[in-house]
Design a protein around this ligand. Structure first.
Ligand SMILES: Cc1cc2nc3c(=O)[nH]c(=O)nc-3n(C[C@H](O)[C@H](O)[C@H](O)COP(=O)(O)O)c2cc1C
Length: 399
């Protein structure tokens, strides 16, 4: 694809919270599983993010980063609950800043999508079998807002080899404020690691989304029931993150559902997310990113789509008065320029195009082809496969 328009709107600086980014092109959070065994960010990750900073990304959002040990199905996805992890991230933010890009850390709790049989706790201590058993017996359970498992686990879980259809029934979180505190602790660590801000992963069917959705949250206390109560968990987290990062707090939401067994009837989805967006916006976030429904990721648990696709910008854009608005999901450079020019969004995120093109923003700026082929089998890395493949080996253009 060759872009011939000048793309001037995309290359206008933008202020997010108290940070100014050089253009409107963000790199969306993408899990790539290249941290080390103990979930410490690796030197290979440093190279990967630096390549994209040098490639002109105005803002880079890290891959989803675990706020606490929680049995992640994603081997080698990074964490930010201990000081080794903070030190690993610090090396990455340092080089990204030297390349004149800015970096947010995406904070992640998987909730009911955790894997009780993962080596999460074990890998943290590089232990023998006995220690494993002890660790597992003292580990946190797989938590959810309510004791409702996600349906179609096969489609949700990349690393279970399709051997299980249904996961464990999650344990209802006794006191959600303890998890709010874990998010705050992760934000304190993100600050120490030199991040410019944090993005709360409040979409894609993970824990915050599970609280928002009436299909996964049937609590009868103040954390469940009405849209106000279901939104409370996300809003409390955003407030806690603001205590640490001031105006440099953002969130990603996916009101159209579909992914990881999320989806409310359309009217309820709109009522819930309208309330959530309006209240979140009152907290003076730096930006809100709307993640568009992607039919290929709808898990079709009973052969029927779970998602309720609707026009996110038309429905919720008007409710955002303070934060900057971003969109992600199959956006093309030409559409991005149009969305910014017409004022529908302040900026865009690209996902997969950044995987395949380390110099994506430069290519867009210079009207170059965006034509690298996608090495799909290497998306999440694999055991005994060189982690550089399909990660740091995509070619750039000489300018
Ligand atoms: C390999 C891969 C990993 C992803 N991991 C995350 C993630 O960790 N956090 C997140 O919010 N979204 C994640 N996403 C979704 C992307 O951030 C983005 O929203 C999605 O790919 C749509 O954008 P695109 O059409 O430009 O790729 C991931 C997407 C891909 C392809």
């Amino acid at each position: 694809m060759s872009e011939t328009t000048p793309m001037d709107a995309l290359f206008t600086p933008l202020t997010l919270g108290d940070v100014t980014i050089t253009n409107r092109i963000g790199m969306s959070a993408m899990t790539r599983n290249r941290a080390d065994q103990t979930r410490v960010p690796s030197s290979l990750m440093k190279k990967y993010y630096l390549q994209r900073a040098l490639g002109g990304a105005g803002l880079i959002v890290t891959e989803a980063t675990l706020i606490c040990p929680q049995g992640s199905q994603y081997n080698r996805s990074p964490g930010i609950w201990n000081m080794d992890q903070v030190a690993g991230w610090r090396k990455i933010t340092n080089v990204v800043h030297l390349a004149r890009s800015r970096m947010y850390c995406q904070l992640w709790h998987m909730g009911r999508l955790g894997d009780p049989d993962s080596d999460e706790f074990v890998s943290c201590v590089r232990s023998n079998v006995l220690t494993r058993m002890i660790k597992r017996s003292t580990a946190q359970p797989v938590y959810g807002p309510s004791a409702i498992p996600a349906k179609s686990r096969k489609a949700c879980f990349h690393y279970l080899g399709g051997t299980r259809e249904l996961g464990p029934v999650p344990t209802e979180i006794p006191d959600p404020s303890t998890i709010v505190a874990q998010f705050k602790n992760a934000a304190i660590h993100a600050k120490l690691a030199g991040f410019d801000g944090v993005e709360l992963l409040a979409g894609n069917g993970f824990l915050v989304d599970q609280f928002l959705d009436s299909g996964s949250n049937i609590r009868t206390d103040q954390w469940g029931g009405s849209p106000e109560n279901r939104a409370r968990f996300g809003l409390e987290i955003l407030k806690a993150l603001g205590d640490v990062f001031g105006p440099n707090v953002s969130m990603k939401i996916s009101p159209g559902g579909g992914l990881n067994d999320m989806g409310m009837p359309l009217e309820e989805a709109i009522a819930t997310f309208s309330y959530f967006v309006s209240e979140a916006d009152k907290l003076k976030l730096s930006y809100i990113v709307f993640s568009r429904f992607r039919p290929q990721l709808d898990v079709l648990p009973e052969g029927k789509p779970r998602g309720t696709p609707h026009d996110l910008l038309a429905t919720y854009g008007k409710l955002v008065r303070n934060a900057k608005t971003f969109v992600v999901g199959a956006v093309t450079p030409a559409e991005a320029e149009n969305l910014v020019t017409t004022g529908q969004v302040d900026g865009v995120f690209f996902g997969t195009l950044w995987i395949t093109h380390p110099d994506l923003a430069k290519r867009i700026r210079h009207g170059k082809y965006i034509d690298n082929l996608f090495a799909v089998p290497h998306l999440y890395g694999d055991v005994d496969v060189d982690p550089k493949l399909g990660y740091t080996d995509y070619p750039t253009i000489t300018y």
